[in-house]
Design a protein around this ligand. Structure first.
Ligand code: LLP
Length: 447
């Protein structure tokens, strides 16, 4: 996905830039983000969904899910490609606003929004606040009133609904089954009652219902099942209240390829299948087709990012072989980052590919485990990878598909400094987010 090639002497080139130059100028570890890949993938979502839903007479809004990775530059790229920005905290909202994304093109999520976050979203006139529980209705209505909003100028809201449809990778990232913290269950009428309760508040404008069924989803049928369930809910609300809400949000969660075993979602195919489902379900239910929004994050920024690490200590460890009388060696290749820049292997058992990036290496291959520099044995970047046998300190290792949930979930564990994000485009480098410094960390420590 990232525009990659090799130099004549076998070094990796990302977005036109030689990784050796990126590492020399900006140091390692660093995240490299290919602007054109990000833009192309953002456009792909807008194009596929606009075409598919335009064909059934419906409009579409694509929100870029900022939790996957948000910076001022990235928010601008998203906007320039016709996307809106989905935020889930005051911090993400602040970045979107700093990027001059108009409030009307921002959404705010969160299962435990603070009064301050809600008030700032209202003040910024965000396009919608997604209510996550019945308890939020009164709070948002009260804060809307304080801000002087009433039925002549209501605050647009949606209600997040859990459909009971399980999808996605690890349990921690599948979000629509019943026993978890997000949203209001469709089962038992809770979602319908919550939607009705919103209608009773004149200072709130009910745009519709919202469903996000999980992340890293590789089975497109789950989206269709969720869409059907949500359209049924919309029709139920129309019957019970006389109000046919204009919109439906079908969330994010489109899976990407980290390794050859993964099946990335075919965005065009899903868009067409979803549009057909929406058209057919609305025809059966006797309702008009709603405006649809989606919230992809990982599938836009994930493939646009590559992490570069430098190799430090290389250590061969005898680990035992397939049978008792056989011994096998695993080579531990330590790099200068690890679980502080990519927690996903430790948290979800996530797998990535990786390769020597600064030169071709010899032809023989080594059974290697790439590990980080943290004081924890679970600090593993690549549990099982083939590297050339001559891998040596100072070499560069590139790990692709790390644009999503890498930098955005980075930590300072062991007082490690969070890496920079370097934008690449046509061979030009641009620091999007600078490397943290020890002064940054010490500035927080008041002694
Ligand atoms: N919309 C809502 C309401 C969400 O909760 C999420 C993700 C998204 C959109 C974007 O999902 P995406 O298209 O990026 O899959 N840290 C985990 C992923 C957590 C996702 C949480 N919600 C990981 O590294 O896999």
């Amino acid at each position: 996905p990232v525009g990659t090639s090799l130099t004549d002497d076998g070094a990796l080139v990302l977005g036109g830039a030689d990784v050796r130059e990126i590492a020399q100028v900006h140091g390692t570890p660093c995240f490299v983000l290919d602007e054109l890949t990000f833009r192309r993938r953002a456009r792909m979502f807008v194009g596929a969904f606009e075409q598919a839903f335009g064909a059934i007479g419906s409009g579409v809004d694509v929100y870029y899910a900022g939790k996957s990775f948000l910076s001022v530059a990235v928010a601008r790229w998203a906007r320039e490609e016709g996307l809106r920005v989905d935020t889930c905290t005051g911090g993400e909202l602040a970045v979107a606003l700093r990027a001059d994304v108009p409030g009307a093109e921002i959404g705010l999520h969160g299962n435990n929004k603070s009064d301050d976050e809600i008030a700032r979203a209202i003040e910024a006139r965000v396009g919608r606040i997604v209510l996550d529980s019945p308890a939020e209705i009164e709070r948002v209505a009260r804060l809307a009133a304080i801000a002087g909003r009433d039925e002549t100028d209501p605050v647009p809201v949606m209600v997040r609904v859990t459909t009971g449809i399980h999808a996605g990778g690890h349990e921690f990232i599948s979000t629509a089954h019943e026993d978890q913290k997000f949203g209001v269950p469709l089962a038992g009428g809770a979602a319908l009652a919550t939607l009705e309760a919103v209608l009773a508040h004149p200072a709130l404008e009910l745009l519709g219902a919202h469903s996000h069924i999980g992340s890293q989803i590789q089975d497109a049928a789950a989206f269709e099942a969720a869409a059907r369930a949500m359209l049924g809910l919309r029709a139920d609300l129309a019957r019970s209240s006389g109000v046919l809400v204009p919109e439906l949000d079908l969330g994010g969660g489109y899976g990407i390829a980290y390794t050859p075993e993964d099946v990335p979602i075919d965005v065009d195919g899903v868009a067409r299948a979803l549009a057909a489902t929406v058209r057919d379900a609305c025809a059966e239910l006797g309702t008009s087709v709603p405006r649809i929004s989606i919230e992809p994050g990982r599938s836009i920024v994930g493939p646009a990012g590559v992490t570069l690490y430098s190799v430090g200590v290389v250590k061969a460890v005898t680990v035992g072989g397939a049978s008792d009388d056989e011994t096998a060696v695993r080579t531990y290749v330590s790099v200068d980052g690890g679980m502080s820049d990519n927690i996903r292997p430790a948290l979800y058992g996530a797998r990535y590919l990786g390769r020597l990036a600064n030169r071709p290496g010899d032809d023989a291959s080594l059974r290697a485990r790439v590990v980080g520099k943290h004081c924890e044995s679970g600090d593993i970047v690549l549990p099982d990878v083939e590297l050339p046998t001559d891998v040596t300190p100072g070499d560069l290792i590139a790990v692709p598909a790390t644009g999503a949930y890498g930098r955005s979930m980075a930590s300072n564990y062991n007082h490690v400094l969070r890496p920079p994000v370097i934008g690449v485009k046509d061979g030009e480098l641009r620091v999007l987010v600078r490397r943290e410094t020890e002064d940054d960390l010490l500035a927080l420590d008041l002694g």
